[in-house]
Design a protein around this ligand. Structure first.
Ligand code: ZN
Length: 385
């Protein structure tokens, strides 16, 4: 990525920093014990095959590995776009109807969902863990796509402003979202969460998923996971943890994997090394026991840390192998002990103003729902209520 584009991406991160987290940087950070090193991330967890095991031809793929990410979906646009958070929700979220229009275009454009586990393996050289790039084998003509969801935690502000409350298992045993109507009637629907929409789409279009891969869920921990308030200090923490566990297990069965999105959603580029170490340890103590160990780390706000500095060394020591940022194209860098890449942000801002960036994936002009968003056919910016 060019310096200018990198600067633009970091500026985006700075804006996201203020809005998405909504929490002030802790000024006091307690000393934390060093976490134990973790092992054994080289194997991809088994996902159920949704397609019959027919003989198939796979060919080496040497082109671009694409990566896009979303935030949780807006289910009630009228509430979201008239709330106090309206401008932020306009910029950083997509609605259910917009997301519904994206998957068929990705499929028609030849994309196939893969898991990041398909891209690397780990070996040991002279006592040091080394990342080995794997040759990706795909059905001919397919383009690999990593899809991920940041902040699928259903933070308090999301619950209040037209998003869902939590992920649950519905009567059919599938992952769905609990989204009470504006008048308070509980509704459980697969179609109100990216998880359910992707899962249904893959069931109907098995060629859109490679070996059952669906996507990556990137969790913080300061307001629990997946809508369950599992964080230390939560009033009914043990009950929340007990309720979250079967949801997590079912997500893994459906082909989803997990990443750390930090514990407190701070700007990793700005906090001190001590704060960074403390935050990472909090995540490993409060979130990892629920979702399991992961080699994937997703920077809050896309705010990356220098590749050869002490923060990266700390991430690598703690078992993270693949670090995800934000940028206009999927820029990959392979280092001996870790990999970095950027993901393209799909949100209201990019749908409205960055159509060319999204063009390899889908046609933004046919995805954005101007009526739901209260935008005129020619508007190029969002109303600031
Ligand atoms: Zn985030």
């Amino acid at each position: 990525m060019s310096v200018a584009r990198r600067a633009a991406a970091l500026a985006l991160g700075a804006v996201l920093a203020v809005w998405l987290c909504g929490c002030a940087l802790r000024s006091h950070v307690a000393a934390a014990p060093a976490p134990k090193g973790r092992q054994g991330f080289g194997a991809r967890p088994a996902a159920p095959r949704t397609e019959p095991l027919l003989p198939r031809t796979l060919v080496p793929y040497t082109g671009t590995v694409y990566a896009i990410f979303f935030h949780p979906l807006i289910v009630y646009p009228r509430i979201a776009f008239s709330s106090n958070e309206a401008l932020g929700l306009q910029k950083w979220m997509v609605t259910v109807s917009e997301f519904d229009r994206i998957l068929p275009q990705l499929d028609a454009n030849g994309f196939i969902l893969i898991s990041p586990y398909d891209l690397f393996s780990l070996t040991n050289e002279d006592g040091r863990q080394v990342v080995v790039r794997k040759t990706l084998l795909l059905p001919p003509g397919k383009k690999p796509l990593l899809l991920s969801i940041d902040d699928l935690n259903y933070y308090t502000y999301m619950r209040q402003d037209g998003l869902c409350q939590k992920l649950v298992i519905d009567a059919s045993g599938n992952i769905a979202a609990l989204c009470p109507t504006p008048s308070g009637v509980p509704v459980i629907s697969e179609g109100d969460t990216i998880i359910g929409i992707v899962h249904r789409f893959v069931e109907a279009h098995p060629g859109f998923s490679f070996d059952g891969a669906e996507g990556m869920i990137n969790e913080t921990g300061y307001e629990g996971v997946l809508g369950y308030r599992t964080e230390a200090g939560s009033p009914d923490r043990m009950a929340q943890i007990a309720a979250a566990r079967p949801v997590i297990a079912r997500l893994k069965e459906e082909g989803w994997i997990f990443a750390s999105h930090s514990f407190g959603h701070y700007n990793d580029a700005r906090i001190t090394l001590q704060q960074f170490a403390y935050d990472t340890t909090e995540w490993m103590q409060q979130v990892e026991p629920l979702i399991g160990p992961t080699p994937f780390y997703v920077y809050p706000f896309g705010a990356t840390v220098p590749p050869f500095g002490p923060k990266m060394a700390l991430l690598v020591r703690d078992g993270f192998v693949m670090m995800f940022g934000v940028g206009p194209d999927p820029a990959w860098q392979w280092h001996p002990t870790f990999v970095t890449l950027d993901r393209v942000h799909v949100d209201g801002l990019s749908l409205l103003t960055e159509g060319p960036m999204l063009a390899p994936y889908f046609d933004a002009a046919t995805v954005i729902d101007r009526q739901e968003r209260g935008l005129s056919p020619t508007a190029t910016s969002f109303p600031n209520p």
